[in-house]
Ligand binder design. Structure first.
Ligand code: IPM
Ligand code: MG
Length: 363
């Protein structure tokens, strides 16, 4: 364990809506325990994001909270949205808060590992042998593509018709930098990248395929690269998921493929994620936000049924990627595994994880 005098780490906690606050409460418990045990010195501050922020301030995130996010060492994000805000203007909808954070903090690389814990292999919709031991990572481009491209509009054509436009746009540098994240990650794993796009119908797919291929030839010839059309990749994910190591794709395909991958692991409540910016050459630091892949699940909010694992594992990713605390991150992962092996699911989970971490740390 870490023994040197620890620097204070500033965390901005954004629990959000629905089950967000419940699962964030479990992370707070973990942080408190780590602080008490001298395993970290985390200073936390809470702020509103999403529907709850809209209710209080009329926007999905305030400028003041954006400032805090820029100043923090890492942002820990719960979930946003719910039917209560369905009527809200598009610009102020709960999701706009998350998208503003991603865009303005420059968090272009979204890393979504899908691990199937043995204890959950039975809960997957696929047969145990297809998913047991599954360990893949989806690297999703997060600040470009159709999420942010302009024009983005709905126009009244005046003849009883409307026209909606979304724009998918990618520049070379955006594809290069996300490809590098995927290849670097693959080198630390099983050394294989699958790049997914639709070059058969989309110009952005043509460029994506070309640029990923160029980066591979120039900088990563030692890594195995294959290309799969996005729908084929979705099909292969449910057919034979263990063929994959790292999948790299654009913002929209990454959104879809990561939900598919999440469900392979037995529960949508299982997938953590890290959203990372560029490394600042001066400070060597990078902006980062950690969030579970699941949504705010308003139907089960407040019922003590929310699975906190994806949220706790997201905090584990913060330890690993933002604070170079790999040992402590391993501890979180091991504690989650053994709590799961005991058959625990939801409310009892975090207490069990903290207890298990104490046991493992003492061992
Ligand atoms: C995700 C979510 C978000 C997205 C929503 C909440 C805007 O589904 O992080 O995957 O579409 O990116
Ligand atoms: Mg999604």
């Amino acid at each position: 364990m870490t023994t040197q005098k620890l620097a204070a780490r500033r965390l901005l906690l954004l629990p959000g809506d629905g089950i967000g606050p419940e699962v964030m409460a479990e992370v707070k418990r973990l942080i408190e325990w780590m602080n008490q045990r001298g395993l970290g010195r985390f200073e936390t501050e809470d702020a509103l994001v999403g529907g709850c922020c809209y209710d209080a301030h009329g926007v999905a995130i305030t400028d003041a909270t954006m400032e805090k996010a820029r100043a923090a060492d890492a942002v820990i994000f719960g979930a946003v949205g719910g039917p209560k805000w369905d009527h809200v203007a598009y610009e102020a909808r709960p999701e706009a808060g998350l998208l503003r954070l991603r865009k303005e903090l420059g968090l272009f690389a979204n890393i979504r590992p899908a691990l199937c814990y043995p204890a959950l292999a039975e809960s997957s919709s696929l047969r145990r042998e297809l998913v047991e031991g599954l360990d893949i990572v989806i690297v999703r481009e997060l600040t470009g593509g159709i999420y942010f491209g302009e024009p983005k509009s709905i126009t009244d054509l005046g003849n009883g018709q409307k026209r909606a436009i979304d724009t998918q746009v990618y520049d070379t540098y955006e594809i290069e930098r996300i490809a590098r994240v995927a290849f670097d990650l693959a080198r630390t794993r099983r050394n294989k990248v699958t790049s997914s796009e639709k070059r058969n119908v989309m110009k952005t797919g043509v460029l994506w395929h070309e640029v990923v291929g160029d980066v591979h030839r120039r900088e990563y010839p030692d890594v195995a690269l294959e290309h799969q059309l996005a729908e084929a990749c979705g099909m292969q994910l449910v057919r034979w998921p263990k063929q994959f190591d790292v999948i790299v794709c654009d913002n929209l395909f990454g959104d879809m493929l990561s939900d598919v991958a999440a469900m392979l692991t037995g529960s949508l409540g299982m997938l953590p994620s890290a959203s990372l910016g560029e490394i600042d050459p001066r400070t060597k630091k990078r902006r980062a936000l950690y969030e579970p892949v699941h949504g705010s699940a308003p139907d089960i909010a407040g019922k003590g049924r929310a699975n906190p694992i994806a949220m706790m594992a997201s905090f584990g990713m913060a330890l690993r990627y933002s604070f170079a605390m790999a040992k402590e991150a391993d501890l979180v992962d091991a504690a989650i595994s053994s709590a799961l092996a005991k058959g625990l699911r939801t409310a009892e989970m975090s207490a069990a994880i903290v207890a298990e971490m104490a046991r493992l740390a003492a061992a």
